[in-house]
Ligand binder design. Structure first.
Ligand code: BGC
Length: 333
């Protein structure tokens, strides 16, 4: 070997040793994604987190995922998004268990019910894997922190806005994602508390949609058949208002039915612009996802984080959006 090649060889070896030590020292992990073998890309990341939503393809959860992925990109985190295809508690719990079994660095999920989620979250924490609840808290569990809407307060706001908009006179049917899940129970309770002193407001019934727009529409139709006195709806999860609006637009499109929805998905906003949905509760799903990732990093790195961060909640009404739709009706306000 000539002198030059010996030098190049020595330099190369040194460089390899130094970069390996850096990786180990800074805890940088290297993953190979499942790409065709010739395209296998090596991606470096500092942590591996999992976000487990109530329903994978739900547009609302896609916004939480978007926020979490943006933060993951900004902070060198590998983020996986896994969970039930359609709302299903058993699959949701399984996804949390499997993530814990594969020893990820942190899990972000909802605390949908105390009976099922609290013991599981506690077991995961005892294994040394931090859990943050997002969107729905399991406040009796040992979760490290919660970030999301104050669900009781959001229901209360919806109730107060409905009183103002209907001048304190309405027969309300509530369509809720579930009668047994924490976030939905709190949104209904907050609403009930807000209207209970109003003698002109009656809650006629509370029905379940299993967070499905089709079921929300079916229930709305049934309610209108069985309770002709109903002249207001309150839908407590992202697709309920849309399902209700579809039915009202088709069968009762005379401006006599008031609808309070939840969330600001594009279809909801279109129905607001058309004057079919009168108002909606605004949540901040993107921020929840983004901030949850940052909180998780802080927790792992030993920084103090608040145990509860409530993202903003407010009511968006017909008048807050430009009346861009040609067939907008003068909605009942
Ligand atoms: C809730 C989510 C829920 C979604 C269902 C949203 O309002 O915050 O927890 O999964 O509705 O569509």
């Amino acid at each position: 070997m000539g002198r030059l090649s010996v030098m190049a060889y020595t330099f190369g070896t040194l460089f390899f040793i130094v970069s390996c030590s850096f990786s180990i020292f800074y805890g940088v992990k290297v993953v190979t994604h499942d790409l065709p073998s010739e395209k296998k890309a090596q991606v470096k990341y500092n942590y591996h987190f999992v976000l487990v939503p109530e329903e994978l393809d739900n547009e609302y959860w896609r916004l939480v995922e978007k926020g979490a992925k943006a933060a993951a990109k900004d902070y060198g985190v590998m983020l996986e998004y896994v969970g039930p295809k359609q709302s299903n508690i058993d699959d949701h719990l399984k996804a949390i268990e499997m993530s814990a079994a594969s020893k990820v660095d942190g899990i972000m999920t909802q605390g949908l019910s105390d009976e099922q989620f609290t013991p599981l979250i506690n077991r995961v924490i005892e294994k040394g894997i931090p859990v943050i609840t997002v969107d729905t808290d399991a406040s009796n569990s040992k979760r490290m922190a919660y970030i999301g809407t104050d669900n009781y307060y959001s229901g209360y706001l919806a109730g107060k806005a409905l009183i103002a908009d209907t001048k304190g006179k309405a027969n309300v049917a509530i369509i809720t994602g579930s009668l047994y899940k924490n976030h939905q129970i709190q949104r209904v309770k907050g609403f009930e508390d807000a209207v209970k002193a109003e003698s002109g407001i009656q809650i006629i019934d509370v029905w379940e949609s299993d967070i499905s727009r089709v079921q929300a529409a079916e229930k709305a139709y049934q309610i209108l058949q069985e309770h002709p006195e109903v002249n207001a709806f309150y839908g407590t999860s992202a697709l309920d208002g849309i399902g209700i609006a579809q039915v009202v637009q088709k069968y009762k499109n005379n401006g006599q039915i008031y609808i309070m929805a939840f969330d600001t998905l594009p279809e909801t906003l279109t129905y607001i612009q058309k004057g079919i949905i009168n108002a909606t509760v605004v949540q901040e799903p993107y921020e929840m996802g983004y901030e949850a990732v940052i909180m998780m990093i802080d927790i792992i790195e030993g920084k103090k984080v608040p145990s509860i961060i409530h993202t903003n909640t407010k009511i968006l009404k017909v008048g807050d959006l430009p009346p861009s739709h040609p067939d907008r009706m003068e909605a009942r306000q």
